[in-house]
Design a protein around this ligand. Structure first.
Ligand code: PLP
Length: 399
């Protein structure tokens, strides 16, 4: 079977592949602990589970409108108003099979061959690859740890060309956990106000998972004038521990939403009916689980950052949100393993830790940054403690 040329432009999602590799090693008898996963390790709230059972019993098991059920769109509309002070009409909202499909459909609907999108690095792995699949060129802008992994306005300005179609902002960020203050966001939107050809995608999926009492601000809160060229992306996967439900949503001007729905009519038809029923319960129901889970994530964040910073050669920035630690192993590059192999890249380091210490993590390269590694703290404190001591031991053995 001949595979299309465009498939050579992209890689399989490294986090999905990392998860699979860790499982295979475990099944082969190795005591591998995996910190690769991007999903909360908590149960989906009971009231959501009950809503789904009820929906099935009531026959809510058929195709829905391609862009989502009116009831869920209304719940999203209310959520955006209540929590984000954003006002959208029903025609400006789409429900999709995960936030990932929102991103995919938006890029597919708008990018032409040779167009560019600006992606601050470190970035969520899918943005550049989906852009490449659409024939566009991802322009990566490095956001170093010294500036808190945050995009700087001058760097954004320099990256924009007449072919730039999108800036993708994701905060709290996967993998760095970085968040923007109002002033920082305003400085970035000021740049966009000078470049009317650039649309803004704000991926707010980790909105609720933030620490130290930080406020969540999305770009439209500081620059409402960007509304007619902004797509707000969000979903229930991370906040409500509902990754398997595959429900995400987007809010944008109707012309973009219509194009995105058109793709759904020809690809997935509609997001799952029972998934949507669960998402309505999540958005409209009690929010206690979100607070409770975030507090647990925060105490894990504190422990993991401290433990990683105690490991020889590792330096870990303190994430402000999301549930990942993105740590530097730059000081270890060039060292040798006990077997004499040189650790030249963060991929070498991650492979070494997997081989020597049975801990699966992901290398910074996949997020567009060399010299770093990501661990997810969506795991119990016992597992995290054990992993951090294994990592520290492996680091201490490098010469
Ligand atoms: N955006 C970011 C930044 C993510 O990290 C993820 C998942 O890892 C997604 C979007 C996709 O979320 P969903 O499970 O809703 O497709």
């Amino acid at each position: 079977m001949r595979i299309a040329e465009r498939m050579n432009r992209i890689e399989a999602s490294p986090s999905s592949m990392g998860r699979q590799r860790a499982r295979e090693l475990r099944e082969s008898g190795r005591d591998v602990l995996s910190l690769t996963t991007g999903e909360p390790d908590f149960d989906t709230p009971l009231h959501v589970q009950h809503a789904v059972t009820r929906a099935m019993a009531e026959g809510d098991t058929k195709y829905t409108d391609p862009g989502g059920t009116p009831a869920l769109k209304e719940a999203v509309r209310q959520k955006l108003k209540r929590e984000n002070q954003l006002d959208y009409a029903m025609s400006e909202i789409v429900i999709s099979t995960g936030a990932k499909q929102v991103v995919y459909n938006a890029l597919m609907s708008t990018l032409e061959e040779g167009d560019e999108i600006v992606v601050p690095a470190p970035y969520w792995v899918s943005y550049p690859d989906v852009a490449r699949l659409a024939g566009a060129i991802p322009v990566e802008v490095q956001c170093p740890a010294e500036s808190g992994f945050k995009l700087q306005p001058a760097d954004l300005d320099r990256a924009i060309t007449p072919r730039t179609r999108w800036l993708i902002l994701n905060a709290p960020n996967n993998p760095s956990g970085a968040m923007y203050s109002r002033d920082e966001l305003k400085a970035l939107t000021n740049v966009l106000m000078r470049h009317s050809q650039v649309a803004l995608m704000t991926d707010d999926i980790y909105e609720h998972i933030r620490y130290d009492g930080r406020e969540f601000v999305t770009a439209l809160n500081v620059e409402p004038a960007l509304r007619d060229r902004t797509l707000v992306v969000n979903g229930v996967s991370k906040a409500y521990a509902m990754t398997g439900f595959r429900i995400g949503y987007g809010a944008a001007p109707a012309a973009l939403i219509n194009a995105m729905v058109k793709i759904q009519t020809q690809s997935t038809s509609n997001p799952s009916s029972i998934g949507q029923a669960g998402a309505i319960a999540a958005l409209n129901g009690p929010q206690e689980s979100v607070k409770k889970n975030t507090a647990i994530f925060e105490s894990r964040r504190n422990r993991v950052v401290e433990a990683l910073n105690a490991a020889p050669g590792v330096k870990c920035h303190r994430p402000e949100g999301a549930f990942y630690a993105f740590a530097s192993c730059e000081a270890l590059l060039g060292k040798r393993t006990p077997q004499g192999k040189v650790i030249a890249t963060s991929s070498d380091f991650v492979l070494y830790v997997l081989d020597a210490a049975n801990v699966a993590m992901l290398q910074g390269e996949v997020y567009g940054v060399e010299g770093f590694f990501r661990i997810s703290f969506a795991a119990s404190m016992e597992v995290l403690d054990e992993c951090c001591s294994r990592i520290a031991r492996a680091c201490a053995e490098l010469r």
